[in-house]
Design a protein around this ligand. Structure first.
Ligand code: JCE
Length: 233
């Protein structure tokens, strides 16, 4: 998948996308990522990207001309243009999966008070990553890139991919432990040391359901498919 990003803060993208799984997805060619400075599509001495809102009011608005020119330079008929804004559709795993099916995404990161409304005529998806206000769309763009990249074929190992398929939505994870069995008096639940796989599976299902009911009751649904024995799935 190719992902182009249009931002006023290209330096924000150095670091988070150069680590771990995303970095390997780039090295293997499964993700081709290019960060573009919106100011590269201005034509004036001051590289102006914003202006005052018509009708008055606080702050500044992103001008249409540089963004239209950038889209015309970077997008083709197969490109899905994605705008990150607090007014967008709530982002979640189903939207990540839908976006991961496209060959080319162009992510528009705003800043200031937002975009001139006419820019929306060139946008296919408008996404919010949550109900809080950030200073700009760079962090939301990185969230979208991270979630979408790990869903691309071959990016995760086989174990993580099958765990993804069975558990990714609808229920929280059960508690996990590793060695030592007794850490500063905090003991690992006996059942996990028992070697009784049927009992372990039952305990994990109960824990996951209890946790989901307590913390995220709105997720509660029938998860019986998620807890079939791994060997019979
Ligand atoms: C952004 C701003 C609206 C005042 C461009 C914020 C997304 N989930 C999200 N939280 N915040 C954002 C986001 C995305 C793009 C922009 N701002 C700041 N937005 C009103 C200020 C500007």
């Amino acid at each position: 998948m190719k992902v182009d990003v249009l931002t006023l803060f290209p330096a924000m993208f150095a670091g988070p996308l150069d680590e771990s799984i995303i970095s390997r997805a780039r090295e293997s060619g499964r993700l081709e990522l290019a960060i573009h400075d919106l100011r590269d599509w201005t034509h004036d001495r001051h590289r102006t990207v914003d202006d005052e809102p018509y009708g008055g009011g606080p702050g500044m608005v992103l001008k249409p001309e540089p963004i239209f020119e950038a889209i015309e330079a970077l997008a083709n008929d197969t490109t899905q243009v994605v705008m990150l804004t607090p007014q967008g559709e709530s982002f979640g795993q189903p939207k990540a999966r839908a976006l991961s099916a496209h060959e080319h995404l162009l992510l528009l990161c705003g800043s200031y008070e937002g975009f001139d409304e006419r820019i929306r005529t060139r946008v296919h998806h408008e996404i919010s990553i949550g109900d809080y206000v950030l200073t700009n769309g760079a962090l939301p763009a990185m969230v979208v890139i991270d979630t979408v990249t790990r869903l691309l074929p071959g990016v995760l190992g086989d174990d993580a991919s099958s765990a993804e398929e069975s558990f990714s939505e609808g229920i929280l994870e059960y508690p996990q432990y590793t060695r030592p069995a007794d850490f500063r008096g905090m003991k690992v639940p006996e059942v996990l040391l028992s070697g009784n796989h049927a009992e372990i599976e039952k305990w994990r299902r109960e824990q996951a359901e209890q946790r989901t009911a307590e913390r995220r009751p709105e997720l509660q649904k029938d998860n019986s498919e998620n807890f079939k024995d791994e060997t019979t799935k």
